[in-house]
Design a protein around this ligand. Structure first.
Ligand code: FES
Length: 274
């Protein structure tokens, strides 16, 4: 069993959990994820590893309560134990020393998984510029953590309640106009946000990496649930990703596939609430 050693309520629907999982923490790297099952009745949920502490043997993740399973997990408390915890899974981020600034764009809870990538890029000697955004101030997470691994941090809110008003794409366009050259962009957040970032950087021919979060089942490349169209190839996010070239990902198809189980999800959530 995997005990929750710390829980932080970041907003009504967004919770941060630190879980004791020494074997996972030992091997975790930026870009990895894990799959957990809260109890015998719970679904398998893929979550990104947002931070890890090898000495304490813990990993940190952020969960947004959207459906029945994520709501069940979100309601767990410190001291509760998670039944299954499998990881680290996926291919870690390719960290290298780039010839120019690297830009990390995190939207909503996508700010959490972008953090270890920013930290690794910084440790490799890169200039790290981070752009983080949320709908409003209350939904903005990990500003201090991102500041601690960034040479420059730009904060945006859609409603202007904090930082600059507007979307992360606008901040990225302004940054490009200011700097003239960017070496690489990582974008993690809702699929429409990642699609928008990829569309912005495509004409600049700036390497753009996105992290896909499709439906997953086994997480081992066997079931095909997590397939993503990347250029001419069909890839499995669990074993080939979750990071892919944002300019090649078919986001329209990925968004359609994510919506497949919306009705079942709504019914499961309603059952949970009654
Ligand atoms: Fe089954 Fe990726 S989750 S192949």
């Amino acid at each position: 069993m995997y005990p929750i050693v710390k829980k932080v309520v970041l907003s009504s629907a967004v919770k941060e959990f630190e879980v004791r999982a020494p074997m996972v923490a030992e091997k975790a790297q930026a870009g990895h994820f894990f799959i957990m099952r809260a109890n015998e009745r719970g679904e398998r949920i893929p979550l990104t590893i947002a931070d890890y502490d090898r000495e304490k043997g813990t990993i940190t993740t952020i969960i947004q309560e959207l459906g029945a399973s994520s709501t069940l997990v979100g309601q767990m408390e410190e001291g509760d134990e998670i039944l299954d915890f499998v990881g680290p899974l996926g291919v870690p981020s390719e960290i290298e020393l780039f010839d120019g600034p690297t830009v990390l764009v995190g939207g909503g809870i996508g700010i959490a998984p972008i953090f270890p990538i920013a930290r690794a890029l910084k440790a490799a000697g890169n200039e790290v510029i981070s752009i983080i955004g949320a709908r409003n101030k209350d939904l903005l997470i990990w500003e201090e953590k991102m500041a601690s691994v960034s040479d420059k941090l730009i904060v945006c809110t859609d409603d202007g309640s904090y930082g600059r008003q507007g979307f992360v794409t606008d901040a990225l366009k302004d940054l490009y106009a200011e700097r003239g050259k960017l070496a690489a962009v990582w974008a993690i957040g809702p699929m429409p946000m990642m699609r928008a970032i990829a569309n912005v950087t495509r004409p600049w021919a700036v390497k753009t990496i996105v992290s896909m979060n499709p439906l997953m089942m086994d997480g081992t490349g066997m079931c095909g649930a997590c397939r993503v169209q990347v250029g001419e190839e069909t890839k499995f996010a669990c074993v080939d990703g979750p990071e892919f070239d944002g300019h090649l990902v078919d986001f329209d198809l990925a968004i359609k596939r994510l919506a497949i189980y919306k009705d079942q999800e709504k019914r499961a959530l309603a059952a949970l609430e009654h």
